[in-house]
Structures are given as structure tokens and as C-alpha cells.
Write a protein that binds this ligand. Structure first.
Ligand SMILES: *[C@@H]1O[C@H](CO)[C@@H](O)[C@H](O)[C@H]1NC(C)=O
Ligand SMILES: *[C@@H]1O[C@H](CO)[C@@H](O)[C@H](O)[C@H]1NC(C)=O
Ligand SMILES: *[C@@H]1O[C@H](CO)[C@@H](O)[C@H](O)[C@H]1NC(C)=O
Ligand SMILES: *[C@@H]1O[C@H](CO)[C@@H](O)[C@H](O)[C@H]1NC(C)=O
Ligand SMILES: *[C@@H]1O[C@H](CO)[C@@H](O)[C@H](O)[C@H]1NC(C)=O
Ligand SMILES: *[C@@H]1O[C@H](CO)[C@@H](O)[C@H](O)[C@H]1NC(C)=O
Ligand SMILES: *[C@@H]1O[C@H](CO)[C@@H](O)[C@H](O)[C@H]1NC(C)=O
Ligand SMILES: *[C@@H]1O[C@H](CO)[C@@H](O)[C@H](O)[C@H]1NC(C)=O
Ligand SMILES: *[C@@H]1O[C@H](CO)[C@@H](O)[C@H](O)[C@H]1NC(C)=O
Length: 577
């Protein structure tokens, strides 16, 4: 069941779209609707866009204006987030429900309008309400105006490889059960590549992604992790990959045997189909499985697809025989391979060229330290609690477990509501200093505080945020996503962050620039960015179960002095609560 993703025909061969000084407006129609989909012999109604699973790929050119009319035709609320798009002054089009907009109700439409400025590469779009992202997601491809700065700059085709998770059960039921009982969610039943689980699952052979390739060519693979709750490793049997871009920012190219990709992250890699063969056209497995850092039950399965070399007609006219035996990529890291994840992250560097400079703030105006915790809350008399020790799971940043407000934060902010849906005064450091990663979790009070406290900074603040994992419940790798801004990952390490020791070790020359940072298990990551996008921006763990438990906060960036630094007024069709 191979699907060909060759978009834009010949232009793709050229590698980029022809430059045009005029801004083009590209319009798309998204209809949110139910579609019956069968995988693993389970048929269920999936929430989809335009009946597709995964959803349609969007392709635009750098500099374009984009208008996407989303019509909700189902009897429930939805929103769509354009993950990683900067949304300069257009926070109204960002998408997270109750953060920048109220939901689009059944029967309503909302047109997301924004420009794609100074970004190029692969991003993703996905639903940003409840766990709808499970099936409502797709690639967001930005063609560059200039030729690709890596070699070869031309490739045969570009292939989105979107990782997802499939539940045999209804995803709302999984989420509701988790929230009702305070326990961990049921694990997914399969991982998927472009919606297809592959042959290692029961009743799934025919649902396998197969990509035909020609010998001796270069392909651009656009890797996207749209899974809900799992970081993944990815590898192709008998082939290496060259990483050239992450989160729509070019990197210094490097060759790797595998990729680590966290939910919300994207990675462009080049695949050279240079495998030597003489008689039979070979088939190579591509595989993804989790990078596990959790003590909780999780989906530990492996999804597989194939690259199938075209038969080389000059050698023989005999047809290749049927199904090859599956040789798992021996280069796919083991699930607990933190050493690989660390080495891979260490190799990621911004291109930092004259044309694509790395504008990392060398000095900062403010440093904020955010401790990331899982929490356990006591059960009240009238509840059934299925979390650890008969309690309920929550999660927090600096002990603040985020409560989703009943209205849009951005609207409350814009309208100057004094009795608004939030307060500022998010703690700028952990309320208590302790051995964050060394403490015995069971001796600790693991309660959190609940509220909607945001961090607020003036326009242009050069901000440093240290994300510090804690050993509350257990240490874990957390992919933290910041809306409305890219940031530079200037430092990472294990144990506790210590400014006296670690400040001098920052990479301020060519740190990787992204929108989602995988904070090391039992460690810390430091990001820097200039808060130059006025509005209210969600900051959260991109593991959906953790967002549900409150591992989130928001960042208010006030308007600057110049009108060009002001949040634009809300569009007429902005949904109301
Ligand atoms: C899905 O299948 C069920 C049972 O066959 C049917 O009632 C329903 O109308 C179908 N839904 C869609 C969207 O096709
Ligand atoms: C979750 O898994 C348990 C145990 O297998 C099962 O009893 C329950 O029905 C599942 N919940 C959902 C929502 O599928
Ligand atoms: C691919 O690599 C594996 C493991 O190194 C090796 O056993 C196998 O023969 C290789 N396959 C081909 C077609 O070269
Ligand atoms: C996955 O987890 C199940 C249940 O805990 C276990 O039986 C199985 O051996 C695990 N599989 C792998 C590949 O680790
Ligand atoms: C056939 O295979 C040989 C050796 O792998 C290669 O050099 C040649 O270019 C191939 N021809 C075609 C038409 O792909
Ligand atoms: C459960 O009990 C708490 C107090 O212990 C109370 O505030 C809450 O309203 C009760 N909830 C329900 C659904 O009865
Ligand atoms: C909010 O307050 C600012 C500063 O006082 C003012 O300029 C702006 O017009 C107010 N906005 C609204 C929507 O009332
Ligand atoms: C978090 O807040 C709760 C409730 O106020 C408190 O009991 C707990 O000690 C705090 N924990 C930390 C680590 O600050
Ligand atoms: C949709 O969102 C609105 C606004 O928050 C809310 O009042 C309504 O109950 C929601 N509808 C559904 C079906 O969840």
C-alpha cells in the first residue's frame, strides 16, 4: 500500500520553488469530520481533516501568506495549531484551545491567517484540544526561496515520514478514563508510519508503508513525530542518514545511523540509495520504536515500513520475488539507550553561516529556572484514584499545575480584563531548593498547587529558561514546546543545573535552534531567546498525558513601543466561548 508523496512534480526535483518578489496567498480548506478507519482489525470512527488519516500535507513557500479555513462538521469542539510557525503578531492564529482562542464549535468555521516569515523546512500541524492530535495531524512543509545550503541540493523526491500512535479504543475514552481516575492512560496499541503500523502487529500486514526508490539517488525524508506520548528512535536498515534540518532550521549536516525525535519535533534527513546489489532489487526496513524513560507502562512496540529499490532493468528482467523476510535495522537503538539520545543531541548544531546566522543572545535580561515535576495528589472521599499509591497523578512547572481557563488567555489579556482568566506571577524559580534529581521521591510531599499563573516580560526581553527535571515519581525525558518563538539550546546536562559551574559551558556559537527541546532524563536544558513576539504563548510538555496533568504555563510578551511591535487586533471570525 505504497503512497507516493511527490508534490509539485518537477519543482521538487529542482529542490525549491522559484523565487518571486510578490507575496502569494495560499488558501486551504480543512473540514473536520469523522471517518471510519481500520487498523489491526479494529474499525473505529476517527476524527480527521478532509477524511484523511494522517491529514493532508500543507505545502507553502517561505514568505507566503497562508489562509486555512477550518470548518468543524462534528458535534464537538476543535482547534488546529500550526506547530512551530512563529505567528509574528498573529497569536490569534496559533491555535491552542483556551490559550489563544476559544474552540471552533460544531458547525462553525474559523480561518487561520498568518505569514510564514524567515522559516523553511518541515513543521507539522495538529489539533490542540483534548487528545485530538492522535488522528488530526499532518505535515506543514515550507519550501525555501533560496537553494538548499547542503549537498546535494537537489533530490529525487521528498517523503514525509509521519510517526503516530494508534489506539484500538476510542481516544476520548482513553483520555476521559485517565482524567476520571487520575491514573496513567492506556498505552497505544501500535506506532504508525504515515498512519500504517506495519507487519509486526496482529492483522496489520497490509497496512504497511512502502516507498519505492531508485538506486543511486538522494531522497529528502521529512521526519515528523506526531505521537502523543513517546519519544522515538528511527533508523533505516543498511543505510545511514544525513541530518540537514531540525524544526525548520538548517543544521550543520552530519551523518548518523539513527535519529532521536521527540513529539512535536521534526527532522529533515537525506537518504542516499547507494546500496550495491546485483540480482534482486532489495527491500530495506525503516523502523521506529520508543526511547523509553518512563517507569510507567508504555507502548514498547516497533513500527516498520519499507524502502523498496526499483528493479534494475539493465541487469535482469525477472520480477523480484514476493515478501522479503524482515531484517530489523540493526542500527535502531535499544529503547533505554540514553547514551545514543545524548550523542545525537550533541551533534545538532545550527548552520550559523552568513546567510543563515545563529542569533543566539550572548547576554540575557532575565533567567527563569523551571522545575518539571510529576505530582501525586491525595484522593478525596468521593473519588476513585488509580494513580500510584491510590492517589492521582498531576504534573507541574515550579509546583504550579496549570489549570485550563474557561476562556482564551490571549483574549483576556488583549481586553485588559482585570478579573481575567489568569494572573501573572508565575514563580521565576522553584519555590524550594533541594536535590532535584537525587531526592528519594517517596520521602517527599508530592502535592502541587493549581492555578493559571503566567510569566510576563516586556517586548524584546532576552530570556534564558533553565528546564530542570526532578525525580518526583521518576525522572523522565520531557519535550518542552514553546509557542510563538524559536529558541537556542545553549546547554544540557544530567543532574542539577548549577549556574556557577554550567554557565561557562554554554554553546553561544552554533547552538541548535528549535521549538521543542527534549530535556534530558534526570537532567536539565537551557534555552535562550529574544521574546519579540507580542501576545500570550503556551509553554508545555509535548507528551499529551503530561499536558493533561498540568505540565504547562504561559508567557505574556507585552507590546513594544513601536506599532510594528504590537499584537494585531483579533479577526472578526474568532470563535467565542
Ligand atoms: C462508521 O461505521 C458505522 C458502523 O458501520 C456507521 O454507523 C457510521 O455511519 C460510519 N461512520 C462514517 C463517518 O462513515
Ligand atoms: C484500558 O485498559 C483496561 C485494561 O486492559 C481496560 O479494562 C479498559 O477498558 C481500557 N480503557 C479504555 C478506555 O479503553
Ligand atoms: C544489512 O545489514 C545486516 C546487518 O549488518 C546484514 O546482516 C545484511 O546482510 C545487510 N543486508 C544487505 C541486503 O546488505
Ligand atoms: C513489552 O512489554 C510487555 C509487557 O510489559 C513485555 O511482555 C514485552 O516483553 C515487552 N517487549 C519488548 C520488546 O520489550
Ligand atoms: C543498475 O545497477 C548498477 C549497479 O548497481 C548501477 O551502476 C546502474 O546505474 C543501475 N542502472 C539503472 C538503470 O538503475
Ligand atoms: C467531592 O468531594 C469534594 C470535597 O471532598 C467536593 O468539593 C466535591 O464537590 C465532591 N465532588 C462530587 C462530584 O461530589
Ligand atoms: C488595554 O489597555 C491599554 C493600555 O492601557 C490600552 O492602550 C488598550 O486600548 C486597552 N485595550 C482594550 C481592548 O481596551
Ligand atoms: C507544592 O505545593 C504544595 C501545596 O502548597 C506543597 O504542599 C508542596 O510542599 C510544594 N512542593 C514543592 C516542591 O514546593
Ligand atoms: C465547546 O466550547 C464551548 C466554549 O468553551 C463550551 O461552552 C462548550 O460546552 C463546548 N462544547 C462541547 C461539545 O464540548
Amino acid at each position: 500500500m505504497g503512497r507516493c508523496y511527490l508534490l509539485f512534480g518537477i519543482l521538487v526535483l529542482a529542490g525549491f520553488l522559484p523565487s518571486s518578489s510578490l507575496t502569494t496567498t495560499r488558501r486551504f480548506q480543512f473540514i473536520v469530520e469523522w471517518k471510519n478507519v481500520t487498523r489491526l482489525c479494529h474499525t473505529k470512527a476517527l476524527l480527521t481533516v478532509n477524511g484523511e488519516y494522517p491529514g493532508p500535507n500543507i505545502a507553502v513557500q517561505e514568505g507566503d501568506s497562508v489562509e486555512i479555513k477550518v470548518t468543524n462538521s462534528v458535534a464537538r469542539n476543535t482547534t488546529i495549531h500550526w506547530h512551530g510557525i512563529r505567528q509574528l503578531r498573529t497569536g490569534w492564529a496559533d491555535g491552542p484551545a483556551y490559550v489563544t482562542q476559544c474552540p471552533i464549535r460544531g458547525g462553525q468555521s474559523y480561518t487561520y491567517k498568518f505569514s510564514v516569515i524567515n522559516q523553511r523546512g518541515t513543521l507539522l500541524w495538529h489539533a490542540h484540544l483534548s487528545w485530538q492530535r492522535a488522528s488530526v495531524h499532518g505535515a506543514f512543509i515550507i519550501y525555501p526561496r533560496m537553494p538548499y545550503p547542503f549537498s546535494p541540493p537537489l533530490f529525487e523526491a521528498q517523503i514525509p515520514i509521519i510517526f503516530g500512535e494508534w489506539w484500538n479504543a476510542d481516544i476520548d475514552a482513553v483520555e476521559n478514563e485517565m482524567m476520571m481516575y487520575g491514573g496513567g492512560p492506556n498505552s497505544s496499541d501500535a506506532y504508525t508510519i504515515n498512519g500504517l503500523p506495519g507487519p509486526l502487529y496482529p492483522c496489520s500486514n497490509k497496512d504497511t508503508f512502502i516507498q519505492t526508490v531508485e538506486h543511486g539517488k538522494t531522497y529528502l525524508l521529512r521526519l515528523i513525530n506526531a505521537a502523543l506520548n513517546d519519544e522515538l528512535f528511527f533508523a533505516v536498515a543498511n543505510h545511514t542518514l544525513t541530518v540537514v534540518e531540525i524544526d525548520a532550521v538548517y543544521t550543520k549536516p552530519f551523518i548518523t545511523t539513527a535519529v532521536m525525535i521527540a513529539p512535536g519535533q521534526t527532522t529533515n534527513v537525506l537518504l542516499n540509495t547507494n546500496h550495491q546489489y546485483s540480482s534482486h532489487a532489495p527491500t530495506f526496513a525503516m523502523a521506529a520504536r520508543p526511547y523509553l524513560t518512563s517507569v510507567f507502562p508504555f507502548d514498547n512496540s516497533t513500527t516498520i515500513g519499507f524502502f523498496k529499490y526499483k528493479h534494475n532493468t539493465t541487469m535482469s528482467t525477472k520480477k523480484t520475488t514476493t515478501a522479503t523476510t524482515i531484517t530489523m535495522p540493526h542500527n535502531l537503538p535499544r529503547m533505554e539507550d540514553t547514551a545514543f539520545a545524548t550523542q545525537f543531541a550533541d551533534k545538532l548544531r545550527s548552520l550559523a553561516s552568513a546567510q543563515y546566522p545563529c542569533n543566539v543572545p550572548k547576554m540575557v535580561d532575565k533567567r527563569v529556572i523551571i522545575a518539571i515535576s510529576l505530582n501525586l495528589q491525595d484522593c478525596t472521599a468521593n473519588q476513585t484514584c488509580k494513580g500510584y499509591n491510590g492517589k492521582r497523578f498531576y504534573a507541574s512547572m515550579n509546583n504550579q499545575s496549570f489549570i485550563r481557563p474557561p476562556m482564551s488567555l490571549l483574549e483576556g489579556y488583549y481586553r485588559n480584563l482585570t478579573t481575567g482568566p489568569y494572573s501573572t506571577g508565575f514563580p521565576e524559580k522553584p519555590p524550594r531548593t533541594f536535590d532535584y534529581t537525587g531526592v528519594d521521591p517517596l520521602t517527599e510531599n508530592m502535592n502541587a498547587e493549581f492555578g493559571t499563573k503566567l510569566l510576563a516580560v516586556p517586548y524584546g526581553t532576552k530570556l534564558e529558561i533553565v528546564f530542570q527535571d526532578t525525580s518526583f515519581l521518576n525522572v523522565e525525558n520531557h519535550p518542552i514546546h514553546v509557542h510563538g518563538h524559536n529558541f537556542f539550546i545553549v546547554g544540557r546536562g544530567f543532574g542539577n543545573f548549577d549556574s556557577a559551574k554550567h554557565l561557562g559551558q554554554y554553546n553561544l556559537v552554533d547552538p541548535p535552534e528549535r521549538n521543542t527541546v527534549a530535556v534530558p532524563i534526570g537532567g536539565w536544558a537551557v534555552i535562550r531567546f529574544k521574546a519579540d513576539n507580542p501576545g500570550v504563548w503556551f509553554i508545555h510538555c509535548h507528551l499529551e498525558e503530561h499536558t493533561s496533568w498540568g505540565l504547562a504555563t504561559g508567557l505574556i510578551v507585552y507590546n513594544g513601543p513601536d506599532p510594528s511591535q504590537w499584537l494585531l487586533p483579533p479577526p472578526q471570525d474568532l470563535p467565542e466561548c
